[in-house]
Design a protein. Structure first.
Length: 270
């Protein structure tokens, strides 16, 4: 399905019925990235998936922008779908946009999950993004893969699944075009100014910060700082997983996310 935002077509999916849960993608992801999770996430909830501008099947931009544009897009999508309040799960780049929404539009967010994301773009993360951009500019699928992908996974997962990784590298060479690389570049640059540290105290939704032990993109210590700065936040760490925790540990990721979203808040300990 699509709707129009700023004269561009935006792709989204809706699965199941129940309390709405919207997932916001990481930078290299799209709605298609969640295919294996649809059954579990739509069992008790209306699962909503959305491709940001410059991502997946949504329209591409022709100028630079900041994440404020993606924030506007998400709010416009909720209005389009007739949803007043939603559970919001943001992964990495999507988590950065999600915390913007939760801080600036608190009445729209029931519960918030921030997975493998940080409150600001640190010098570490900024230089990782710039390394990615050099790879984008090369137009070389193998250089792009070798620069961007290995550090997204934990070393143990990558070694165990190395044949799969090599096949993905070959796929990148075949399907990635210059237009795709340009879109990735704009997405990456839009995150350079991300800094929500001064706004986190405005988040009123119960929040789960979900981390991974071997996250080399958004390290755990920065996610501890994120959780500490949000008034009503819990923090969980998935062991033996990297930045792409949902793929390395899908059962743990799903259990933590859905358990947090659907737990009755009125349950009290004995």
């Amino acid at each position: 399905m699509t709707f129009t935002f700023r004269d561009r077509s935006v792709y989204y999916e809706s699965h199941g019925k129940g309390d709405p849960l919207l997932i916001l993608n990481g930078i290299f992801m799209s709605c298609a990235s969640w295919a294996a999770f649809i059954q579990a996430f739509s069992k008790d909830n209306r699962l909503l998936l959305l491709d940001f501008l410059d991502q997946g099947r949504s329209g591409k931009m022709n100028a630079e922008y900041t994440q404020a544009l993606q924030e506007e897009l998400v709010v416009a999508f909720l209005d389009h779908a007739g949803i007043e309040r939603v559970h919001l799960l943001g992964i990495s780049y999507g988590g950065e946009v999600a915390m913007r929404i939760a801080a600036r539009h608190p009445a729209r967010v029931k519960k918030l999950i921030l997975s493998n994301t940080t409150a600001y773009t640190s010098p570490w993360l900024k230089d990782i993004g710039r390394a990615w951009e050099y790879a984008f500019r090369s137009g070389d699928g193998r250089q792009f893969f070798k620069t961007c992908i290995p550090t997204i996974y934990s070393p143990g997962f990558y070694e165990k699944n190395y044949a799969w990784a090599r096949a993905r590298e070959d796929l990148f060479v075949k399907v990635f075009t210059q237009d795709v690389y340009d879109a990735f570049g704009r997405l990456t640059r839009s995150a350079e100014t991300h800094d929500e540290r001064g706004n986190l105290k405005r988040i009123t939704a119960p929040t789960l910060v979900l981390s991974s032990e071997y996250d080399f993109i958004t390290p755990v210590f920065l996610q501890r700082e994120l959780a500490a700065a949000i008034p009503d936040a819990e923090h969980a760490v998935i062991p033996d997983a990297g930045h792409a925790s949902m793929y390395e540990k899908p059962e743990a990721f799903t259990a933590l996310a859905l358990g947090f979203v659907n737990l009755n808040a009125e349950i009290k300990p004995l």
